[in-house]
Design a protein around this ligand. Structure first.
Ligand SMILES: [Ca+2]
Ligand SMILES: [Ca+2]
Length: 494
């Protein structure tokens, strides 16, 4: 048994510190005790009163950070701060260097993730218009597929695909439970007045103390609920979609530099800006909590029956602390951009005994591959009308089978400029605005997309332009060329 597995099994709350790797970060203060259900179930495991289910159907835990950049993790080259728990997860599994989000912002990326359809075909294609960013009943989500196989499906954090009571409500889209923020704009508040809680008769967990003081930091509540959900699901296959909101910026009314986090003073190095300290404190908090969740899975004896994936929904903000801390690593661009910095994301998978340990993969994978992959894991039929392919062979450290034709992204359907990008082998085409000339980069030799080779390869340019023209299914909800001028439909009431 590796040292890391031993530490996770012991329930060490900070694997990085135990390994002597966490030298510059202060540990943020927080409640040390596991939440109620997790504590109770761990007691039963410790006393031998409960044994892990030997059912062959594997569990799936998908942890998605919000706006965490390709350069934000130690195992992806981050030098300013450390992420020892997530790095330890990578050592227990496989680290992908060419994994892509569904889009450069929350809603499109999450819609792609849920439906297996790329951005040119997925139902919710942008963060605006706010009222059209909802899934409809007929849209098929990965949670619905897993539910049909008897999975208990729990979601928490930022949903973005439908407010409570709408067709897109997570409860109407295959989830047995959602805790957190169903509305995209609500998720910008880290000390909210309430969180959506489908297990409450009112649909809400009220947080009245946040009116007066910073009492309840939402991320901590989300983690506690994640722990409880896993503990309560021990005897039934489960799918946990932990869509954490860190390290996305918070609303300006909570914190002037939009990085509300409970502890940050004395964090990082003295010459850092306050914003950089706060950002690193957010990532530290996220890293600690990934460690707590992974540790719980190991302590319950579920690590050999649970596929754990950690990734991010799009690139980093790209300004402020993002520049100071080099959040996108060697990549060009950031969130909202279709250059690699907006869409290439960290992606780590671990499954003890099923996935090789400590391996890197340069297989090209994307968010729309997760529907068919999870369907395969659960023994469900893979839907035919989707764009993704199962990445099970890549998760096992082999090549992707079958090979895919191309990858497609776009952004700005209802904004002043509509951008498109296609990856074809090592080629990447980017078009910034309809009618603009295509830029062409060779990602193998030019990961930073610095040298436009379009003039030297007109044949490749033509092929990519053809894909850009044919990959999109027009949507009345997202008329290209018309700018949305409305505001958010969710409003703060306190
Ligand atoms: Ca995001
Ligand atoms: Ca549905």
């Amino acid at each position: 048994m590796s040292r890391i597995v031993a530490l996770f099994r012991k329930g060490i709350t900070d694997v990085g510190a135990a390994l002597g790797r966490d030298k510059i970060s202060q540990s943020p203060s927080r409640r040390k005790a596991a939440p109620t259900a997790a504590r109770r179930v761990l007691f039963f495991y410790a006393t031998g009163l409960l044994l892990p289910s030997s059912a062959a159907v594997p569990n799936i835990v998908l942890i998605v950070a919000d706006d965490l950049g390709y350069g934000d993790l130690g195992c992806y080259g981050q030098k300013h701060f450390q992420t020892p728990n997530i790095d330890a997860l990578a050592e227990l599994g496989i680290r992908f260097t060419q994994a892509y989000a569904g889009g450069p912002v929350c809603t499109s990326s999450r819609s792609v993730l849920m439906t297996g359809l790329h951005a040119g075909r997925t139902p919710a294609r942008d963060n605006v218009p706010h009222y059209e960013t909802y899934l409809r009943m007929e849209d098929i989500t990965v949670a619905e597929i897993l539910s049909s196989r008897g999975y208990r499906c729990g979601g928490l954090g930022k949903w973005s695909l439908g407010d409570p009571g709408t067709e897109g409500d997570a409860k109407n889209q295959g989830f047995d439970m959602w805790f957190g923020y169903q509305n995209q704009d609500h998720a910008h508040y880290y000390y909210p007045e309430y969180l959506d809680d489908s297990s409450s008769p009112t649909g809400k967990l009220e947080l009245p103390n946040n009116n007066r003081t910073r009492a309840d930091y939402s991320h901590d509540l989300l983690t506690d609920r994640a722990m409880d959900f896993i503990a309560e699901s021990a005897n039934r296959p489960f799918f946990l979609y932990a869509a954490f909101t860190l390290p996305h910026f918070s609303h300006g009314s909570e914190d002037s530099d939009r990085l509300a986090v409970p502890d940050w003073e004395g964090f990082g190095r003295p010459n850092w800006s306050d914003a950089a300290k706060k950002y690193a404190a957010m990532v530290k908090r996220l890293d600690d909590d990934v460690g707590r969740i992974v540790s719980l899975i190991h302590r319950m004896g579920l690590a050999e029956n649970t596929l754990i994936i950690f990734t991010s929904d799009n690139g980093p903000l790209g300004s402020g602390p993002s520049e100071e801390l080099d959040n996108n690593g060697p990549l060009r661009g950031a969130k909202r951009s279709l250059y690699e910095g907006g869409i290439r994301v960290p992606f780590i998978a671990s499954w003890l005994g099923k996935i090789p340990q400590g391996k890197d993969s340069d297989e090209v994978i994307a968010f729309w591959d997760l529907v068919p992959t999870f369907a395969e894991v659960a023994g469900a039929n893979i839907p035919k009308e989707i764009d993704g392919i199962s990445i099970m062979s890549a998760l096992k450290g082999e090549g992707l089978k079958p090979e895919r034709d191309y990858l497609y992204w776009d952004y700005g359907h209802t904004r002043p400029r509509y951008d498109q990008a296609v990856r074809l082998g090592d080629w990447k085409g980017v078009r910034l605005g309809q009618g603009s000339p295509l830029e062409l980069y060779n990602l193998k030799s030019d990961i930073g997309e610095g040298k436009d080779l379009a003039k030297d390869h007109p044949d490749v340019v033509k092929r990519i332009e053809k894909i850009m023209d044919s990959a999109v299914t027009p949507s009345e909800r997202y008329p290209i060329g018309e700018s949305y001028r409305g505001g958010p439909i969710w409003q703060k009431t306190w």
